[in-house]
Design a protein around this ligand. Structure first.
Ligand code: IVH
Length: 693
């Protein structure tokens, strides 16, 4: 988190005037229907540039300038707010937060007693007016003084009940947004209707909230962050509500049956020191990528009503609250090309080439485009401005074109007519296109995968050697390796006696690899190393896997109804290869496997609760040392699972233990902020001693 965000540099008065107009247009589009011409980051940069220019040239400030105005001065509505709906000032790091708190405490003349720390929800502000406990009107923020009536949306917003628990008259304020699941549903509905999708959950929520005559209805979600009695209401409940601390107000709101962030993993907390505030900021930031809804920061508020009253407001924002902004996870950039590659299973996958853009700490130049159907569904074109999403460890993906930014110069994306690797035909009967030659198309890649260190671990079999064997017709798949003779190998160029014997010995050793690795070597679509281990542990033998139907395969953790038929179909496709492996004497069972206990059986039969890592989810990061020094990441994961644990590649609130070696980076920081137990490799080695290979 950097403390000094960049701003657009404005050289002269003309540049300043242009910047003001650009910001105004962007804000107008953003608050109208979420279709901004700039992403959040670019807009913030522009406004900071305008602010900097105005600070140096106070006599040139334009009346239309967005600075100091709610919603950038862009929108007006016709429903007056009882109490203005303001904005929040921003900070971008711990140092700025400390400066802000210090200046607030100077203003108060005393320390702030308690802080409330909660997520900054990335949606649209709304005022929900209840009379006698009934929801009567919904109003958008507008320019903060007056907003738009969107009462037609009543009944479509999860978390905002038509009736409160008590017959109170109160205005609830909060954010309307779409969860990831609601966004997917909304995109599917719009797709079915007019063939387009929404650019992101925020603009989908904005458009949906205002839409009155759509033939389809999309669901929204509300999270409350405040409650105000009417200004002239001097009844006892209203007076009491005004005197409650913010955290108590939120408790009351939840008690009325309204959703608040308390139901999420990032609910509000009360902190009594700035250190605690910062700790919670880091915790919320660490959980961001795992949340089912968007947050763009953390809001820090004075908790006590007395502190808030004394701090007061500026024209734009309360002085008792601040938004701690997190780096953007979505930006707009240009789609400059699409590359098509055939993978080792023959799948033909498109990849977006982007104008480089910085997102969540790294520069993104390529992003996933899924498949051809996805490209046509979204109506993507070359040269389009596209929204790109990336957060945490996820692979960056292109979300959608920003259709209103089209210039007319966009060109259709060329869809390949033949396999980009071998030129043979394409099987386009499934959503994911495939070369008709399947695995044979990229035999070299699938064999290299099968013999790699984390699978059969056959040393001395580099890609050029595999190519040589393929060219000589000695092998067509990796099972053929087990039938190679000494003479055949000696016949190959640059193959001496020693390397031949070493290779034959390595191939012989590979026959003893456990089923989990043999299965992984098959390269079944949708199953990587850890999934292969789960499948092997579940079924115990290749025979059992091969006789399982789609339903039986779904009993394996992480395999759903979409993946299971693919696994079944893949095993049929791979039948000849598996038969060859069996014939060669390759291991087809998982060592130490016991059948899963059936409910009536002896509970001791497959009891893993005595294992040292039973019930634990373990993540490994950094360089291993001591007894674990030589282990690859995959071997570490195998070790964790032998010792009864679950291995995982990313730290989350569910992680029980992080094994952190030298040079551990962001995973360690994340574990620290989540309070996850961290051990050094040496300490971990003691814990799992008997299971180390
Ligand atoms: S409190 C007087 N709390 O962020 C303004 N706002 O950028 C008090 N927002 O207009 C607002 N999450 O729409 C508050 N937990 C939260 C929030 C939150 C999101 C929005 C809100 C506000 C905007 C300012």
């Amino acid at each position: 988190m950097t403390d000094a965000p960049p701003s657009t540099l404005l050289a002269d008065q003309t540049a300043y005037a242009e910047a003001v107009q650009l910001a105004l247009d962007a804000a107008a589009a953003y608050y109208r229907d979420g279709t901004s011409t700039l992403d959040d980051d670019a807009y913030d940069r522009l406004v900071r540039g305008i602010q900097a220019y105005e600070a140096e040239h106070p006599d040139e400030v334009l009346p239309t300038s967005p600075t100091g105005k709610v919603a950038g001065g862009a929108v007006v509505g016709d429903v007056p707010h009882t109490v203005p709906m303001l904005s929040l000032d921003n900070v971008f790091g711990a140092e700025q937060l400390a400066d802000w708190a210090a200046s607030l405490e100077r203003r108060l003349g005393r320390p702030v007693t308690a802080w409330s720390v909660e997520p900054k929800l990335d949606g649209l502000a709304i005022a929900a007016r209840y009379r006698g406990g009934r929801l009567t009107q919904l109003v958008t923020r507008g320019d903060g003084v007056a907003g738009e009536d969107v009462s037609h949306a009543i009944g479509t917003i999860v978390g905002l009940p038509a009736r409160l628990a008590e017959p109170v008259t109160v205005e609830l304020r909060g954010e309307v947004m779409m969860t990831a699941a609601q966004f997917e549903q909304a995109c599917a509905k719009r797709q079915a209707h007019d063939g387009t999708t929404f650019a992101n959950p925020r603009s989908a929520a904005a458009g949906t909230l205002r839409a009155q005559d759509r033939p389809y209805v999309c669901e929204l979600t509300f999270f409350g962050y405040g409650a105000l009695p009417l200004p002239d209401d001097s009844s006892e409940p209203a007076t009491r509500l005004r005197e409650l601390a913010h955290s108590e107000v939120m408790g009351w709101v939840a008690g009325q049956g309204v959703q608040t962030p308390a139901v999420t993993d990032v609910g509000g907390i009360v902190a009594t020191s700035l250190e605690q505030v910062q700790e919670r900021v880091e915790q919320i930031a660490a959980k961001r990528a795992d949340l089912a809804f968007g947050i763009d920061g953390i809001v820090i508020k004075c908790d006590l009503a007395a502190d808030q009253a004394q701090a007061g407001f500026s024209s734009r924002a309360p002085r008792w609250a601040i938004a701690y902004k997190l780096p953007a996870t979505e930006k707009i950039t240009k789609l400059i090309g699409v590359e098509w590659n055939t993978g080792r299973t023959g799948i033909i996958a498109p990849r977006a080439v982007l104008e480089p853009v910085e997102l969540d700490g790294s520069v993104v130049t390529y992003a996933t485009l899924h498949n051809v159907a996805d490209i046509t569904r979204r109506g993507l074109m070359l040269g389009d401005s596209v929204t790109v999403y990336k957060a945490g460890d996820v692979i960056p993906r292109v979300e959608a074109p920003v259709v209103h930014l089209r210039t007319g110069d966009e060109r259709p994306i060329e869809i390949p007519q033949a396999c980009p690797s071998c030129g043979d035909a394409i099987d386009s009967s499934q959503e994911r296109w495939r070369c008709v030659r399947g695995r044979q198309c990229r035999a070299i890649a699938s064999i290299a995968y099968a013999v790699g260190r984390d699978t059969l671990d056959i040393e001395g079999l580099a890609e050029n050697r595999i190519q040589q064997m393929l060219d000589a017709g000695l092998i067509v798949d990796f099972a053929d390796l087990f039938f190679l003779t000494r003479e055949q190998l000696l016949d190959l160029e640059r193959m001496g006696e020693t390397s031949t014997d070493n290779l034959l010995a390595a191939i012989e050793r590979a026959k003893g690899q456990p089923l989990s690795r043999v299965f992984c070597a098959l390269g079944v679509r949708g199953t990587g190393r850890s999934m292969s281990r789960r499948i092997a542990r579940h079924f115990g033998s290749m025979d059992a896997i091969r006789t399982a139907d789609a339903e039986a395969i779904q009993a394996v953790e992480g395999i759903g109804p979409e993946k299971s038929p693919v696994v079944v179909a893949e095993l049929i496709e791979l039948a000849d290869l598996i038969d060859k492996l069996v014939k060669a004497g390759v291991t087809m069972t998982e060592p130490g496997w016991t059948p899963p206990a059936d409910p009536g059986a002896d509970p001791e039969a497959s009891d893993t609760s005595a294992l040292p890592l039973a019930g634990m989810s373990v993540v490994v990061t950094g360089a291993m040392s001591g007894a674990l020094e030589a282990l690859s990441r995959n071997q570490m994961n195998e070790l964790i699972e032998r010792a009864g644990g679950k291995s995982s590649s990313s730290v989350s609130a569910k992680t029980s233990l992080l094994v952190a070696g030298e040079k551990a980076g962001s995973k360690r920081t994340k574990a620290e902020s989540l309070g996850v137990r961290i051990v050094a490799p040496e300490e971990f080695a003691e814990l799992v001693g008997p299971y180390i290979p």
